[in-house]
Design a protein around this ligand. Structure first.
Ligand SMILES: Nc1ncnc2c1ncn2[C@@H]1O[C@H](COP(=O)(O)OP(=O)(O)O)[C@@H](O)[C@H]1O
Ligand SMILES: [Mg+2]
Length: 254
């Protein structure tokens, strides 16, 4: 049987965000140049590129936190969750207060918001820590908490900016496998910014490779490794082929 091409595969899927001919400058500094990118419903898309190339900027544009003056960003989705690169949890609030906050902001009753947050704790392996402050949690727990806070409002589209960057290698792998499992249960559309090529391949359906500033999309790669992925996916021969290809595309700028 003929393998479906990317265009066929995505043809019937809803486009949640459609970015056309986008340029972005900070004063005289041109960061993004001629970006064309569609985010499809239920896909997991990663964005990789050299440090300072504009990945965070692009994610903020998707979230609607900053506006582009040239090009067009069409959003066919109202509710977008965004997890920033740093400081996602408030240090002066307990974990459970951090988690209930977005629900309260959205208009839920306080008691109900706390209960709803509590119901998620087990799935996120945080059930014993609801009254802990972020400084009392390990790096991995903090990231799970921050991630839960991003997901808790039920947004269908989740934008993650290097969520595991500050976690050590072993815990990062654990978090990646946990995220795979979690997304099986809560089906979502995810856009992930990462500088970890292995992470991008392990988690994604598609990977966008960006160049140095002014950044263009060099290529968008389909990850044809079967899902659900696991540690075994790392030894799939397609994994190393993709990894090599991505490093070659990124070249010396990475
Ligand atoms: N608010 C800002 N004002 C001016 N320059 C900025 C601002 N934010 C980011 N930049 C610059 O824009 C470029 C892209 O930044 P960023 O999107 O954070 O890159 P990345 O996330 O890929 O590391 C960098 O050179 C950075 O210094
Ligand atoms: Mg960044």
């Amino acid at each position: 049987m003929k393998k479906p091409s990317q265009t066929n595969f995505y043809r019937d899927k809803k486009v949640l965000i459609d970015i056309k001919d986008l340029d972005y400058c900070f004063d005289d500094l041109q960061v993004l140049k001629n970006i064309n990118l569609k985010i499809f419903e239920k896909e997991f898309l990663s964005i990789v590129g050299p440090s300072g190339c504009g990945k965070t900027t692009l994610l903020k544009i998707m979230a609607g936190l900053i506006d582009s003056k040239s090009g067009n960003v069409e959003r066919n989705i109202f509710d977008i969750a965004y997890m920033p690169q740093k400081g996602a949890l408030f240090e002066w609030k307990t974990l459970i207060s951090n988690l209930a906050l977005p629900l309260i902001v959205k208009g839920e009753e306080k008691k109900q918001a706390y209960q709803k947050a509590r119901n998620f704790l087990e799935d996120f392996n945080l059930e014993k820590f609801e009254n802990y402050y972020p400084s009392q949690l390990s790096g991995g727990m903090k990231q799970r908490g921050a991630f839960l806070r991003t997901m808790i409002t039920g947004s269908e589209l989740i934008l993650l900016d290097e969520p595991f960057a500050s976690v050590d290698e072993i815990n990062r792998r654990k978090l990646q496998l946990w995220l795979i499992e979690l997304l099986r249960r809560y089906s979502k559309t995810v856009v992930l910014v990462t500088h970890d090529i292995e992470e991008a391949i392990l988690l994604s359906d598609r990977i966008v490779i960006m160049s140095d500033k002014p950044s263009k999309i060099i290529e968008t790669i389909n990850v044809d490794i079967p899902k659900p992925r696991s540690l075994e996916s790392l030894t799939d021969p397609r994994f190393s082929t993709l990894e090599k290809k991505i490093y070659e595309l990124l070249g010396s700028s990475f």
